[in-house]
Design a binder for this molecule. Structure first.
Ligand code: HEC
Ligand code: HEC
Ligand code: HEC
Ligand code: HEC
Ligand code: HEC
Ligand code: HEC
Length: 501
C-alpha cells in the first residue's frame, strides 16, 4: 500500500497556464453547479482532496478544454467521463470562471490502493507529454475495449471483455492474453476490464514502470511464462531509467511525488513518498523490458504466432528495442512506440530501389528491398502483410503493365510478404487452430532481396511500391463491424521508388 504524503504539486501549476485569457463564463452560476456536482470530490473551492486534483486557480481555457475532452472520451476517466456527459459548454465556462477566482493551492496528493491500480491519468497531471505519446500508442489501446483487431480474436477465443469469470475457451484457464494485453487485470486475475481505469488502459505507465527484473519467457523446467509471468514486479516502487535527481535538494524537488518530503507523521515517522521510485537502468534501458511480452508467443499447438524476440536474437543484433522505438526527442524518451499502426514508423523500415535494363523489346526490372530492421518485416502479429506492386507506365502516366491487378497472392506470390499458418493438411488456418507453419515470405532481419520482372513493353517509368496491411483481406469486414475508424485497415505505404528511363 502506498501511504499518503503531503506535497506541493508545483509542476501541476505549469499545466494551469496561469495568465491566459478569461472566457465569458458566469462565476455565480458556476458556483451553484460546482456545489452540486463537484465539491464532494474536488472540495468547496476546488482545493483538491486525496486523489482528486485541485481545480482552484486553473486557467479557464484549460478547464473547458479538459472538460470537453472528458465528455468526448478523449481524456479517459470513468468518473469524469460520466460527470461531464450531461453538461454543456456554457456550463463548463461558468464553472471555469468560478474556479479561476481562487489562488492555486498546495494539496494532499495521495494514491490509494496498490500501485498497479494507479491510472495513467494520475501520471498525466505531471508527465503531460509522455502521457500524450503513450495515449496514442497501441499500448494504451491494447485491450479488447480499445483495439477492434484484438477484440475480434479475443471474443472468438475468450469472450466478453466486460464480464467477470471469462476463460480461454480452449484451455479452460484464465485468459493468457491478459498477461500481456491487460497486465494490471491479470495481476488480480480479473476479466472484467472496465472495472478499473488501470485495467482498461492495458499496458499503462505502471505496467512497465513496476517491472524490476526479467526471468525470461522460457521456464527452466520447460514451457513458457508469458507477459507479467516473465517479469519480477515491484509491488510498491516505480522503476525509473536513471534513478534520477536524488542529489537535488528537497526544495528543488517539491513537485516530485517520487521523493519523500521529509515530513513526519504524528508518530514521528518520516512519511514515505506518494509514488516511490527506484533507479533501475539495467532493466529500463534493456530489451528485456519489452521481451516478456514481445519475445515469442506460440498458440496451444506450439506454433509461433509472434516471434520478434527470436527474430532479433537470430540476427545477432544487440541494438536495444528502445533505441529505435523510444528515440529521445525534446529531452524525453518518446513513448509513442510505433509499429504497424504507425505510418511514419513503417516508412523507416525498408530501403527500396529499382534497377531497369533493356531486354529485347522490353526491359528487365529488378526491385531491390533491404530490411533495415533486426527483426522480420513485417514482424509481430501473424496477419501483417505487404504487397509489392510493380507498375510500368508510359510518359503520360498510363499503365502499360503490372505485376498483379487485384491481389499479389494469386497473381504474383513472390511479391507478397506474409506469414501463413496452416492446419494438418497444409491448408491456411487462423492463429488459434494452426498446427504448423505454412508459408513465410516475410523479409528476414536485415535481409536484402531482389524481385526480378521481365516487362514486355518499353516504359518511361517503372514504379515499385510496398503496401502494408495490418490484417488479411477476409478479416476486414468483421473488424469494421467493431469500429468507426475508417483509416484503420487502409493499406499503408512502406516504400516507394520510380525509375525513369
Ligand atoms: C467522484 C469524484 C469526482 C467528482 C464528483 C468530480 N471529479 Fe473531477 N476528477 C476526479 C478525479 C479522480 C480526477 C483525476 C483523475 C482523472 O483525470 O481521471 C478528476 C479530474 C478533474 C479535472 C482535471 C484536472 C487536471 O488536473 O487536469 C477537472 C477539470 C475536473 N475533474 C473537474 C470536475 C468538475 C467540474 C466536476 C463537477 C462537474 C468534477 N470534476 C467532479 C474526481 C471527481
Ligand atoms: C511499454 C513500456 C512503457 C510504458 C507503457 C511507459 N513507459 Fe515510461 N519509460 C519506459 C522506458 C523503457 C523508459 C526509459 C527509456 C530510456 O531511458 O531509454 C521510460 C522512461 C520514462 C520517463 C523518463 C523520461 C526521460 O527520458 O527522462 C518517464 C518520466 C516515464 N517513462 C513516465 C511514463 C509515464 C507517465 C507513462 C504513462 C503515461 C509511461 N512512462 C509509460 C517504458 C514505458
Ligand atoms: C505530482 C507530479 C508527478 C506525478 C503525479 C508523477 N510524477 Fe513522475 N516525476 C515527477 C517529477 C517532478 C520527476 C523528476 C523530474 C522529471 O524527470 O521530470 C518525475 C520523474 C519520473 C520518472 C523518471 C525517473 C528516472 O529514473 O528517470 C519516471 C519513470 C516517472 N516519473 C514515472 C511516473 C509514473 C509512472 C507516474 C504515475 C504512476 C508518475 N511519474 C507520476 C513528477 C510526477
Ligand atoms: C506488459 C506487456 C508489454 C510490454 C512490457 C511491452 N509491450 Fe509493446 N505491446 C504489448 C501489447 C499487448 C501490444 C499490442 C497491442 C494491440 O495491438 O492490441 C504492444 C504493442 C507494441 C507495438 C506496436 C505494434 C503495432 O501494432 O503497431 C510496439 C512497437 C511495441 N509494443 C514495442 C514495445 C517496446 C519497444 C517495449 C519495451 C520498451 C514494449 N513494447 C513493452 C505489450 C507489451
Ligand atoms: C533498428 C531499429 C529497430 C529495432 C532495434 C527494433 N525495432 Fe521494432 N520496428 C522497427 C520499425 C521501423 C518498425 C515498423 C515496421 C513494422 O511494423 O514491421 C518496427 C516494428 C515493430 C513492431 C510492430 C509489429 C506489428 O505487429 O505491428 C513490434 C511489436 C516491434 N517492432 C517490437 C520490437 C522489439 C520488442 C524490439 C527489441 C527486441 C524491436 N522492435 C527492435 C524498428 C526497430
Ligand atoms: C506474450 C504476450 C502476449 C500474449 C499472451 C497474447 N498476446 Fe496478442 N499481442 C501481443 C503483442 C506484443 C502484440 C503486438 C505486437 C505484435 O504484433 O507482435 C499482440 C497483438 C495481438 C493482435 C493484433 C492486434 C492489432 O491491433 O493488430 C491480436 C489480434 C492479438 N494480439 C490477440 C491475442 C489474443 C486473442 C490472445 C490470447 C489468446 C493474445 N493476443 C495473447 C502479446 C501477446
Amino acid at each position: 500500500m502506498i501511504q499518503g504524503a503531503r506535497i506541493f504539486a508545483a509542476s501541476l501549476l505549469l499545466a494551469w497556464g496561469m495568465g491566459s485569457q478569461a472566457l465569458a463564463g458566469d462565476a455565480a452560476k458556476g458556483e451553484q453547479l460546482a456545489n452540486v456536482y463537484c465539491a464532494a470530490c474536488h472540495g468547496q473551492s476546488g482545493e483538491g482532496m486525496g486523489p482528486n486534483p485541485p481545480l482552484a486557480g486553473m486557467s479557464e481555457e484549460y478547464f473547458v478544454r479538459t472538460m470537453q475532452a472528458f465528455r468526448a472520451g478523449k481524456r479517459e476517466s470513468a468518473t469524469m467521463g460520466a460527470l461531464s456527459a450531461g453538461l454543456t459548454d456554457e456550463q463548463f465556462q461558468d464553472m471555469a470562471a468560478f474556479y479561476a477566482q481562487f489562488e492555486p493551492v498546495a494539496y494532499e496528493f495521495r494514491i490509494e490502493g496498490p500501485l498497479h491500480h494507479v491510472s495513467a491519468s494520475v501520471c498525466q497531471s505531471c508527465h503531460e507529454d509522455i502521457y500524450r505519446q503513450w495515449s496514442g500508442s497501441m499500448h494504451a489501446k491494447s485491450t479488447a475495449l480499445r483495439d477492434p483487431i484484438h477484440e475480434l480474436l479475443y471474443r472468438q477465443e475468450v469472450g466478453d471483455p466486460r464480464a467477470e469469470g471469462q476463460v480461454h475457451q480452449r484451455s479452460g484457464r484464465y485468459p493468457v492474453c491478459l498477461n500481456c494485453h491487460a497486465p494490471n487485470a491479470a495481476k488480480d486475475q480479473v476479466t472484467k476490464l472496465d472495472a478499473k481505469d488501470a485495467y482498461a488502459e492495458g499496458v499503462n505507465c505502471v505496467a512497465c514502470h513496476q517491472i524490476s527484473g526479467f526471468k525470461g519467457v522460457r521456464r527452466p523446467e520447460g514451457g513458457l511464462r508469458l507477459g507479467i509471468m516473465a517479469y519480477e514486479i515491484s509491488p510498491d516502487t516505480l522503476q525509473g531509467a536513471t534513478g534520477f535527481p536524488f542529489d537535488k535538494t528537497r526544495d528543488q524537488q517539491q513537485g516530485n511525488p517520487h521523493l519523500p518530503t521529509g515530513e513526519l507523521d504524528t508518530f514521528g515517522v518520516v512519511i514515505p513518498a506518494a509514488l516511490p521510485l527506484a533507479g533501475n537502468p539495467r532493466m529500463l534501458r534493456s530489451s528485456e523490458l519489452c521481451l516478456g511480452c514481445h519475445d515469442t508467443r506460440p498458440n496451444p499447438q506450439g506454433v509461433p504466432l509472434c516471434d520478434t524476440g527470436d527474430e532479433i536474437r537470430s540476427s545477432g543484433s544487440n541494438v536495444t528495442c528502445q533505441s529505435c522505438h523510444m528515440p529521445i526527442a525534446d529531452g524525453i524518451a518518446n513513448h509513442s512506440m510505433g509499429g504497424g499502426h504507425d505510418p511514419a514508423m513503417l516508412r523507416r523500415a525498408v530501403k527500396m530501389h529499382v534497377e531497369v535494363e533493356p531486354n529485347g523489346d522490353g526491359v528487365t526490372a529488378n526491385v531491390v528491398m533491404q530490411n533495415q530492421l533486426p527483426h522480420r518485416m513485417p514482424t509481430g502479429a501473424p496477419f501483417r502483410n505487404i504487397q509489392v506492386q510493380v507498375t510500368a507506365l508510359d510518359a503520360q502516366g498510363n499503365v502499360l503493365w503490372r505485376n498483379f491487378e487485384n491481389h499479389a497472392l494469386q497473381e504474383d506470390p513472390k511479391s507478397y510478404l506474409f506469414y501463413q499458418l496452416a492446419d494438418d493438411e497444409g491448408k491456411p488456418s487462423m492463429p488459434p487452430t494452426a498446427t504448423q507453419v505454412g508459408i513465410d515470405t516475410r523479409l528476414l532481419p536485415h535481409e536484402r532481396r531482389g524481385l526480378s520482372y521481365e516487362i514486355p513493353v518499353q516504359p518511361a517509368v517503372v514504379r515499385a511500391e510496398m503496401l502494408y496491411n495490418l490484417v488479411f483481406e477476409p478479416m476486414k469486414p468483421r473488424i469494421m463491424e467493431l469500429t468507426d475508424d475508417e483509416e484503420l485497415l487502409k493499406p499503408r505505404r512502406v516504400a516507394f521508388y520510380e525509375a525513369r528511363l
